[in-house]
Ligand binder design. Structure first.
Ligand code: AMP
Length: 409
């Protein structure tokens, strides 16, 4: 089933969220995404994901329920102490203001006893789900063991909704009448719906980043949904070279040039206006101290590479952004990690923030664009910043996310 069809389903069968349940005296088994970054001292360096899950947890506790939290952390190979969720207990306690109990394994006797002993208002955190290979394998018996730990299953982990793992998808079948989305996941679904299916027009997608190959399916799906498409970042040069431009030493996927021409043709036939950079900041080396010059995008000298959008491009993009009522942004306009080549991404962020202030709906999602909006302080100036990288991209590609389908089944 296509993701879009799932959205249509929402309209007929209102999607169930935690607001549809009274958790009084109930134990919620919540799949959260607490895959947070830790430093060498095992301290949480960015608690965004914990903060994002807070409204769901607090609503359940305030109803008079208790919470069993399950998550993965990193990519452990079997049981590895460095990936233990015990490292983040104190951070969760300080974010929620509630004591957090801990089970040393996510399934088995100890977890069942500690979950069974939970009183209303209490929280139990389970050890890393991925200490068991069966989690990623989507093992049914493992999912059944998890299901014993709660009365109602709540999925609030958009970051893993594209995985058919035991805790994200399979476990839902053990809660046929008592499964729902948490606030965070519901908000993610609504935001994507607002861009792809219920958008105020004109709609603009900005796709940047390094490679055409990683965004092809997104571009093809999005062409049916938007009036304008800005293509920026390293992807630009495959399009420009395919049209006969001289791109110097800029990054290019030669084997994707035919595809780039096909995308331009498809866009034309669908009435989508494509906006490519007209000028770039070209550098004589891939580093922050390189010599730079502004070049016409079709005439980049050999030995020079385009690493950011130029001033004329940014003025064009600003005009398009201001004209649109719905904006999706995925991927930076340049090598934003280096100060010298961050101006394009910052300028685009300013344009989107401004348009949002004037009433447009803006969604930022997928990988590096989220890092960029946070780095430059735009996260509070756009309508919504998605918490899912891969999940967001797969949604934009029009794919069914198994974690979402499992709740709707
Ligand atoms: P993606 O993960 O596909 O969104 O790509 C993000 C990466 O693209 C960032 O690390 C940027 O540094 C990189 N990038 C953006 N523009 C360029 C460019 N013109 N040349 C090389 N890399 C770029």
């Amino acid at each position: 089933m296509q993701f879009m069809h799932l959205y249509l389903l929402f309209k007929f069968f209102k999607m169930k969220t935690i607001n549809d349940f009274d958790f009084n005296n109930k134990r919620a088994l919540i799949r959260v995404d607490f895959n947070v970054p830790l430093n060498a001292n095992f301290e949480v360096t960015d608690a965004t994901r914990i903060n994002s899950a807070k409204p769901t947890i607090i609503k359940i506790l305030e109803d008079g329920g208790s919470c069993v939290l399950m998550s993965h952390l990193g990519r452990p190979k079997g049981v590895q102490d460095e990936f233990s969720l015990k490292h983040i207990i104190s951070k969760i306690e300080s974010v929620l203001g509630v004591e957090v109990k801990f089970a040393n394994d996510c399934v088995g006797k100890e977890a069942e006893e500690k979950a069974g002993a939970l009183q209303p208002g209490e929280i139990l955190l389970l050890e890393n789900l991925r200490f068991h290979d069966k989690e990623k394998q989507g093992d049914v018996q493992f999912a059944e063991q998890l299901s014993k730990l709660g009365d109602i299953y709540v999925n609030d982990a958009f970051g893993t909704a594209h995985r058919a793992h035991a805790s994200t998808t399979i476990v839902a079948k053990f809660f046929p009448q008592s499964k729902c989305f948490g606030h965070l996941l519901a908000k993610e679904i609504e935001s994507i719906d607002k861009v792809l299916n219920n958008s105020e027009k004109p709609v603009l997608a900005v796709l940047g980043g390094a490679k055409v190959s990683s965004k092809i399916t997104v571009i093809e799906n999005i062409l049916d949904k938007v009036e304008h498409l800005i293509i920026g970042g390293g992807m630009t040069f495959t399009f420009i070279k395919a049209q006969g431009g001289n791109i110097g030493d800029s990054i290019c996927e030669d084997d994707k040039m035919d595809l780039a021409l096909d995308i331009l043709k498809q866009a034309e036939s669908k009435g989508v206006k494509i906006h490519l950079p007209v000028d770039v900041i070209a550098a004589d080396a891939f580093n922050n101290e390189a010599n730079i010059q502004v070049c016409d995008v079709y005439h980049i000298p050999d030995g020079w590479q385009g690493l950011d959008a130029g001033p004329r491009s940014l003025a064009n993009f600003d005009a398009v952004v201001n004209e649109c009522r719905t904006i999706l942004w995925n991927g930076p306009l340049g090598v934003f990690e280096m100060d010298t080549f961050s101006k394009g991404t910052i300028s685009l962020g300013d344009s989107i923030a401004n348009s949002t202030k004037n009433g447009a709906f803006s969604l930022v999602g997928g990988g590096d664009s989220v890092a960029a909006v946070k780095q430059f302080g735009f996260d509070n100036k756009v309508s919504y910043v998605s918490t899912g990288g891969g999940a967001m991209l797969e949604s934009l590609e029009g794919k069914t996310l198994p974690g979402i389908a499992a709740i709707l089944d």
